[in-house]
Write a protein that binds this ligand. Structure first.
Ligand code: FDA
Length: 415
């Protein structure tokens, strides 16, 4: 049952031990343990509906974690940063919580866990955990200003928060305002601005897990392939992902491409040159050996390829390359060239479809400025950053929520 959120009666002018800005995945997961420890907690969010990203995630079923989670599933300028939080609050811990709340779930490819019924169950669970910690809410509320207070020793009041629902003071201020993906449901650069206000550096944000665009001349050539999905292995300067890829009217999409997009974008960490995305159209198959085995076949090459590729794709791909003869009319050297193209079809994107279509944001608050154990800023006692606002970006597959839960929980035990 969906219950109506009751905002705090009138929290204006109150002091809270912990004020958390952003009542999304990380904010709620951090608020509950802080409240359950006896801290007074206020969650502030400018949205009118609670946790929209959780609600729309995983096609409405929320891929809430993954059975196998490790640092290798994350991108960050400091790949070791995630270790501590991920090991202190694991996927198993979150699965136990989901079980305790009686939420049924199932496993899909690669250990991804989804609700059987609806993502709303995860939102209700997080809210119930917050209620258990007597967390208060100011929502919808826009924060106008945050100030660091000088005289903290006696009162414990370190931060003053001015919002349109009143002003609050806090001993701990937690920024859980997420990244920039999907601005139309409330994503803002708020967290980066606060970091900068306190002199904390931000790794340049960019859209990640995002469809890639291709230049017009490539799109024109690939038009006959549009709309066809096939399983591939794709990579770009990073791990190889074996999942579906899709040629679209704007470029490339599908899970394999979304995964690779994060690494393609990450190139800008090193410089701005654009590498191609490498696509193996026949994953797990020795294309050269297979084609040479069929070197005497009288069938059209496209018909042979259609044994392993979607028929429409096989024909359009052969047309594209001008390989329209029967297999036995190709010389062995030509078959080797064709095999090499099947095993590594390089396509150089022109860009991405941007934050409007991205699932997450690459970059964010520089982890070198934060304690990996508590998420507290090293230079500003009492200031914490959790979730996607931090320079930690997970692969597709439940890893971004697991980071939100783990970083939120680590902070909730400390703030
Ligand atoms: P999150 O975005 O959840 O919350 C931030 C909160 O801060 C929001 O409630 C927002 O309103 C609020 N806020 C922002 N600016 C503010 C301001 N100025 N003042 C007040 N409040 C402010 N991941 C995964 O692991 N499995 C999945 O299935 C999916 N699926 C998915 C689908 C789609 C379409 C998207 C866009 C994303 C996903 N993700 C995902 C990614 C996942 O949703 C994301 O990484 C987490 O929600 C991040 O959690 P945070 O709490 O950090 O931010």
């Amino acid at each position: 049952m969906v219950r109506t959120l009751t905002p705090a009666a009138s929290p204006s002018g109150h002091h809270f031990d912990v004020v958390i800005i952003g009542a999304g995945a990380a904010g709620m997961r951090g608020a509950a343990p802080a409240g359950q420890r006896g801290r007074s907690v206020l969650l502030v969010d400018h949205a009118t509906r609670l946790a929209e990203k959780i609600r729309i995630s995983g096609g409405g079923r929320c891929n809430f974690t993954n059975r196998r989670v490790g640092p290798e599933n994350y991108l960050s300028l400091n790949p070791h940063f995630v270790r501590s939080a991920l090991s202190r609050y694991t996927a198993r811990d979150f699965i136990d919580l989901v079980r305790r709340h009686g939420i049924d779930f199932h496993e899909r490819n690669w250990g991804q866990l989804f609700c059987d019924d609806s993502a709303q169950q995860i939102i209700d669970m997080l809210r119930a955990e917050c209620e258990d910690g007597a967390v208060q809410w100011a929502m919808p509320a826009t924060v106008h200003q945050i100030r660091c207070l000088d005289d903290t020793a006696a009162s414990g009041e370190r931060f003053a928060i001015e919002a349109d629902r009143g002003h609050f003071t806090a001993s701990s201020l937690v920024i859980a305002s997420g990244g920039l993906a999907i601005p139309k449901i409330g994503a803002t650069p708020f967290g980066y601005r606060i970091a900068e206000q306190f002199g904390i550096s931000v790794v340049a944000p960019r859209p990640a897990l995002v469809p890639l665009t291709l230049p017009p001349e490539t799109l024109e050539r690939l038009a006959p392939l549009a709309g066809i999905s096939l399983e591939v292995e794709a990579h770009c300067r990073g791990p190889v992902f074996r999942e579906a890829a899709l040629v679209t009217h704007r470029g490339l999409s599908g899970p394999a491409i979304l995964q690779v997009s994060s690494y393609w974008q990450a190139q800008a960490y090193d410089g701005d040159e654009r590498d191609p995305v490498h696509i193996d159209l026949l994953p797990g198959i020795d294309a050269e050996a297979w084609l040479l085995e069929h070197a005497h076949d009288k069938a059209l090459l496209a018909n042979l390829l259609a044994e392993r590729l979607p028929r429409r794709f096989a024909h359009a791909w052969c047309e594209l390359h001008g390989w329209t003869k029967p297999v036995n009319q190709f010389r062995h050297a030509e078959l080797r060239t064709i095999a090499a193209s099947l095993a590594d079809w390089p396509l150089t994107p022109s860009g991405t479809q941007g934050y409007a279509k991205a699932e997450v944001t690459l970059g964010g608050v520089d982890t070198r400025a934060l304690s990996s154990k508590t998420m507290e800023a090293r230079s500003v006692p009492g200031l914490y950053f959790i979730g996607e606002v931090v320079d930690v970006t997970g692969h597709l597959g439940g890893y971004n929520f697991q980071w939100a839960w783990s970083s939120g929980f680590a902070c909730g035990l400390a703030a």
